[in-house]
Design a protein around this ligand. Sequence first.
Ligand SMILES: NC(=O)c1ccc[n+]([C@@H]2O[C@H](COP(=O)([O-])OP(=O)(O)OC[C@H]3O[C@@H](n4cnc5c(N)ncnc54)[C@H](OP(=O)(O)O)[C@@H]3O)[C@@H](O)[C@H]2O)c1
Length: 333
Amino acid sequence: MMKKVGFAVIGLGWFGEKHVHVLSELPGVELVAVCSRTEARAKEVASKYGAKKWYTNWEKTVRDPEVEAVSVVTHVPEHRDPVILAAEAGKHILLEKPIAGSLKEADEMIAATEKNKVHFMVGHILRFESRYAQAKQIIERGDIGKIVSIYARRNIPGGFAAPHLRYGSPILLDAIHDTDIILWYLKDNVKSVYATWLNVRGSPNPEITWTIYNFSKGTKGVCESLWFLPDNTAFAIDAKMEVLGTEGAVYIDCGDSGLEVNDKKGVKRHDTMHWPMIHGEIAGALKDEISYFVKCVMNDRKPSIVTPMEARHALEVVLAAEESAKTGKIITL
Ligand SMILES: NC(=O)c1ccc[n+]([C@@H]2O[C@H](COP(=O)([O-])OP(=O)(O)OC[C@H]3O[C@@H](n4cnc5c(N)ncnc54)[C@H](OP(=O)(O)O)[C@@H]3O)[C@@H](O)[C@H]2O)c1
């Protein structure tokens, strides 16, 4: 019989629960434990998804001998500590994006995972989304020639986004998705960045952000990331990418999910790509990302679709964009 990977999930907010849900359905995984500081939440999630144990302390979670790998789904200020403890306990780690809030923390995590020889992957989910992943293959084949311009959009309803503004700006938390994909497609470095933002509602971070990248080999890039769509918008996520090359172009449209429903509550485009429920189970990019990581752990293979250094690089670039938005200056990297 196939040996199962003993998994724990640390952080049980709305996204941590999605990780738990996916892991509870993967055949190669034993859901050993879930962890949240709030006991009632830890118990609730453990019983809903059949986790064997629950903890209110991440140290106990990573020290559990039945736990071989952890998903860290706490928010950005609580990424570093559980990752370092897990690495020191010899556990493999899937960490939600962004890797950290600072390069120092990212470097400390990378050093700890390398020193303790554990697999470490940051969940840059778009690398597993079928449209963005297929576009990468098309670009690699040279079908559109040399990329000269990239435009990315990632906009979400203001009401949904509001609580997340406590942890960072849409540049750090959302444009990092597109920035990572742009860097992946281009295999080039950002030479300079200019960003500008607007705080409309007095939120802890601005809701309106625009970022312009200049790449070393001349390509121009723009990321639009607005956490201000009206709450009754039809979009779940209004995301697009337009990649223009010397020989052609690639257009990705995730705003049109292909499933629009008009009912008593209004018109909504349902998620069909990130974590849709199909036949009672989660499908889509999140499942594909987690399954890939589980396979890497099972076969003791270093995750290569997204590496820790690439996650660090995306962070470096968005932090420079934030610096530009704060100072009004063009930042050279
Ligand atoms: N890839 C994607 O598309 C995507 C989408 C959404 C979010 N994310 C990422 O997922 C992460 C979590 O986001 P979220 O929105 O789910 O955050 P959240 O709702 O704030 O949840 C984080 C949870 O972590 C728990 N926590 C905090 N400190 C803890 C500790 N010391 N020990 C155990 N649990 C602790 C908190 O619960 P307690 O207070 O009970 O401890 C909280 O419920 C972020 O990094 C975010 O960027 C990624």
